[in-house]
Write a protein that binds this ligand. Sequence first.
Ligand code: ADP
Ligand code: MG
Length: 392
Amino acid sequence: MRKKTIRDIDVAGRRVFVRVDFNVPLDRGRITDDRRIVAALPTLTYLLDRGAALILASHLGRPKGPDPALRMDPIAARLGELLGRPVRKLPDCIGPEVAAVVHAMRPGDVVLLENVRFHPEEEANDPAFARALAALADVYVNDAFGTAHRAHASTAGIAAFLPAVAGLLMERELEVLGKVLDRPTPPLVVILGGKKVGDKIGVIRNLLRSAQTMLIGGGMCYTFLRAAGGRIGSSLCEEDKLGLARDLMDEARRRGAEVLLPVDILAVQRVVADAPVQTVDARAIPDGWIGVDIGPRTVAAFGTPVAGAGTVVWNGPMGVFEIPPFAGGTRAIARAVAESRAESVVGGGDTAAAVEQFGYAEKITHISTGGGASLEFMEGKTLPGVAVLQDV
Ligand code: ADP
Ligand code: MG
């Protein structure tokens, strides 16, 4: 279902409430990565160029009530620099003081409300709170794809009281992820890794409908290797998911999709940077050894389908990439995806971080800004923050 966006409405002279995702990492009050703020700029400048006044709202962290460490002030400052115009941080997100400032706003003005999660009513999706937020503006824009899987007051409830449309970032996420799900350019190659099988079952199931090849690495591959009869030493294994792993491999076979598991593994006895490593047969990991990355033969084996893919969807690192000696597999796969002519989509917070860190972000068609939200979208779920937007 296509959703209306800011391109479909007239915003001149109107107050526009934009739910953004400014949940950036902070280190003692300093922003350590401003990409989420940068990602919102196209929507904000589009609206400002057309004569809107902007009331911006986001959550930051997981406060339980007001928390001075999670105030939005550093974000307002950084946004002001990026926009090249003042961004006034308001002391709250509702109440008479906020209303007074907002009602005096002129086209081109920008205010940032205080952290919406300082009010428990936000996560409770309290209708009175949602109505109070809505009372500040004439139009609601949701550009926070990363929070769209949550039905909160500022992501969903508010849309009951205002015309609601998507921002440009949200639009692009829906377009690219939607295409990959509904009409991927074949062949579709899905690369899955990361920590837990349990987190990704829904994605595996849903993408198996259209995938030609599924490549499984990362912490989750050991459960599959074990389910396929391999010995995995002391590697991560979800004992309670062995049956499920077998079912998923059977389901893939029935659908004619190929599932490739690692053939070799980098193993250590302790997961520390200076541990001695050995490359071992993926189905004969010695007792006491722990798989921390895919090996070079696996990188080559995974590289072939990636090179021939029409579409690549990747979620989950191939190894413990945070520790440089165990990052080689993830780096090599990032490179293979970047070099492939396929339309490539990366989802998942850690996978996105890995691709950025290794310098391949520019060569990926789309890196989703939503961790949990992109996973739920790829599971085929309807995201509440999307469902409330007006249909075209
Ligand atoms: P994403 O955030 O991209 O969805 P996940 O959160 O599912 O990815 O998984 C990322 C985590 O998986 C990383 O912290 C990484 O260290 C971990 N991981 C990858 N391979 C292994 C492994 N072999 N053993 C333990 N943890 C692993
Ligand atoms: Mg993660």
